[in-house]
Write a protein that binds this ligand. Structure first.
Ligand code: ADP
Ligand code: MG
Length: 262
């Protein structure tokens, strides 16, 4: 059965989009069928997948607001070998239009139903806010992956975010789980980052991924070439880290399945 993972953190610039694009490509490279949904009007995940956001036939707007069937909004010629539902500035309007619609929190969940089991993994790149779009992602997802930078106030922000996710989930999706907390842009030479990382592990235990995403310039450069890092420089530490993360997500998935079966 397919798994839907929302990549969310209300803070901007923590590595949500970088994680979405690179984990989708890494997962697709393991021969899983993967769909990436760009839910951010900035369209960075779309561009980073080699798809011109100004030249797409349909976006998540048509899916959420105009009831266009999901098969008609999927783009399949991405550089990362996964399928994509694109976003661009039009999606800003979806935010407002959603307010007028019936069952507005579950529009994405309902729209994805026909393809949910076709894909092994569906990743959702959330905008940096707790907007109606993010609520739709939380309602559609099985779990949330939270990327974070190990900075001074990170732990406080994370505790608040977890609270919000829990509250939101209790209303729109009681089965929602925390998939994991991912340390991004990590610099092991930075003492503060190490301290925060230790606190994080104490606080969130096994929810923190073992895989750490290092600060790596190739990860920052790859989007300007419209490609995930593994097809830009496969041997880069960034590309390798996201491949390792995909492996860890797969292992956790198997463990969870085994637990559920026993
Ligand atoms: P978000 O989607 O949370 O706003 P992004 O993924 O867009 O965050 O990342 C913010 C900026 O940091 C981007 O310019 C991106 O290229 C860069 N970046 C993200 N992760 C890394 C990393 N591990 N190493 C270096 N730069 C990174
Ligand atoms: Mg982003």
């Amino acid at each position: 059965m397919g798994k839907v993972i929302a990549i969310a953190n209300q803070k901007g610039g923590v590595g949500k989009t970088t994680t979405a694009v690179n984990v989708a490509a890494s997962m697709a490279a393991t021969r899983r069928k993967v769909l990436l949904i760009d839910l951010d009007p900035q369209g960075n995940a779309t561009m980073g997948s080699g798809v011109d956001k100004f030249d797409v036939d349909a976006t998540v707007y048509e899916l959420l607001i105009e009831d266009k069937p999901v098969k008609d909004v999927i783009v399949s010629n991405t550089t990362g070998k996964y399928d994509l539902i694109a976003a661009n500035g039009d999606v800003t309007a979806a935010e407002i239009k959603l307010m007028e619609l019936f069952a507005r929190e579950v529009r994405l969940r309902n729209a994805l139903a026909p393809v949910r089991d076709y894909y092994d993994y569906i990743f959702i790149d959330c905008p940096p806010s707790l907007s109606q779009l993010t609520v739709n992602a939380m309602a559609a997802a099985d779990s949330v992956l939270v990327p974070m930078q190990c900075e001074y106030y990170a732990l406080e922000g994370l505790t608040a975010l977890m609270d919000t996710i829990q509250k939101l989930a209790s209303v729109v999706n009681p089965a929602l789980k925390i998939e994991g907390v991912l340390r991004t842009m990590y610099d092991p030479r930075n003492r503060l980052a190490n301290d925060v990382s230790e606190q994080l592990k104490r606080h969130f235990g096994s929810q923190v991924y073992r895989t750490v995403i290092p600060r790596n310039v190739r990860l920052a450069e790859a989007p300007s070439f419209g490609t995930p890092a593994m097809y830009y420089e496969k041997s880069s530490t960034g590309a390798k880290a996201y491949l390792a993360l995909a492996g860890e997500i797969l292992r956790r998935g198997k463990e969870q399945q085994a637990q559920a079966a026993s």
